[in-house]
Each structure stands twice: as C-alpha cells, then as structure tokens.
Write a protein that binds this ligand. Structure first.
Ligand SMILES: C[S@@+](CC[C@H](N)C(=O)[O-])C[C@H]1O[C@@H](n2cnc3c(N)ncnc32)[C@H](O)[C@@H]1O
Length: 223
C-alpha cells in the first residue's frame, strides 16, 4: 500500500477463527522483520537470498483472495507459488467454507514443509495438497478445470504459466495475479502480463490497487 493510502488508515476486516488468526499473526511478525531487513541490505543481496523470505501477499490481498473464493464458491483452487504458505492459509480457510481444495505448487519442497506445519497449526491441513516442482511442468500434467487460481511465482513466469492454464480454466474462473504494481522493478513485467491477458478472447480483466497490485481476470462468457 502506498504511503498516501496508509495515511488514510484504511483497515481490512478479515473473519477467520482464532487458530487461523494466530498463525497469520506469526507469519506477519516474521514478514515485518524481513521487511525491516530488506531496507538494510541492498537489492542484490535481497535477490540472492530471496528464498529465505516469505515474500507473502499480505493481509489485504489475503483477505481479498479469501472473499473471492467464498463469493465464487470455488472448489478447485490452484496456487502457483506456495513459498512458506501465507497465501495458502487464506485460500485454505476459504476452501474449508466452499468444501473445496487447494493445490499449491512451488519449486521448493523445503518451503512447502514449513507451509504444511503452519496449516496443521491453523487446523487447515486437509484443505491443501502440495506439489513440488517447476510450475510449468506441473501445469502441463494437471487436467483442470480450475475455478480459482492465484498466480504468484517469480514474475517472468506469469505469461508462460497463464498460457498453460488458460485452456484449463472453468467457465467463470478467476485468475488473480499478484505484484502487478509492486515492487516497482517488476512493474514493466506486470504491464506485459496485463496486456497479454487482455489479448485472450474470453477474458475480462481489471487491475486492483490492493496490496502489491492484483490483476483479477475472469474467464468465460459474460452472464
Ligand atoms: C512471491 S513467492 C510466493 C508467495 C506466496 N504466494 C505467499 O503469499 O505466501 C514466489 C514463489 O514462487 C516460487 N517459484 C519460482 N519459480 C517457480 C517455478 N518455476 N515453479 C514453481 N514455483 C516457483 C518460489 O520458490 C517462491 O516461493
């Protein structure tokens, strides 16, 4: 969120149970420490060490994803980019309500191990299945149809991943792509992604200035 918007004191209201809230608070404490460290070390060191960090979507975007999954009653939920599991918690909490399941993909089985332990603490284990490997290989194997997708990989993979999942989207599916506006260095890639998504025949798409900027795209004919 920009400094100007922060000054307006805009508050997100999330409704999750105590176990989930405790786990989210633990992540957010770790995230705040990493954010402080980021301002001390240079961009190069941050990039070299990026696998150590959560690099999570944050509470505003987490709440948005949670609301969208519930609103669309999505059951087949795909997450590309588990990292340490912060966004998976928000998606799993919504999946519990829709009686759905999240399939969460990341290159790192080690990060997913951590995510698994946090989901267990939150009482959400049964709503997430993990797959470790390159998201593009995994996408080629998955049959779909996906009803809700979070796209949150390293940013150069957004367009190839979108192209692989596009034919497997259910009618009315949503694809939410994070980091379209922030960090600023990624903004040109975000712009390319938005242009690419808009070139598809069955897509309607809007950029939401929530968190780091979320491109929200809906597949299928208009109702
Ligand atoms: C920004 S983080 C995801 C943050 C997570 N969604 C959250 O909010 O907690 C991006 C993740 O994408 C993963 N990743 C990068 N390239 C990948 C690839 N080719 N296949 C699968 N995962 C990949 C990285 O390991 C990293 O954990």
């Amino acid at each position: 969120m920009s400094k100007e918007l922060r000054q307006l004191n805009l508050e997100t209201r999330s409704r999750v149970d105590e176990a989930v809230e405790t786990v989210l608070a633990e992540y957010e404490k770790r995230g705040a420490a990493e954010f402080a460290l980021q301002s001390q070390i240079g961009a190069d060191e941050w990039n070299d060490r990026r696998d150590e960090f959560l690099i999570a979507v944050g509470r505003d975007t987490g709440t948005l994803l949670n609301i969208l999954v519930k609103a669309t009653r999505a059951r087949n939920i795909l997450e590309l980019g588990t990292s340490y599991g912060y966004s998976a918690i928000w998606l799993a909490d919504a999946a519990r309500k829709t009686r759905g399941k999240v399939l969460s993909v990341d290159l790192s089985a080690k990060k997913q191990e951590y995510a698994r332990s946090m989901l267990q603490k939150a009482g959400l284990s049964e709503y997430v299945e993990f797959r470790a490997g390159d998201a593009r290989d995994i996408l080629r194997q998955l049959p779909g149809p996906f009803e809700f997708v979070l796209l949150d990989l390293w940013k150069d993979l957004y367009i190839p991943s979108f192209d692989l999942l596009y034919p497997k989207l259910a009618k009315g599916a949503f694809v939410a792509a994070d980091n379209i506006l922030l960090p600023e260095a990624y903004r040109p890639m975000g712009k390319e992604y938005r242009k690419h998504v808009r070139s598809k025949p069955e897509i309607e798409s809007v950029l939401l200035p929530v968190g780091s900027g979320v491109e929200l795209s809906r597949f299928g004919e208009t109702i």
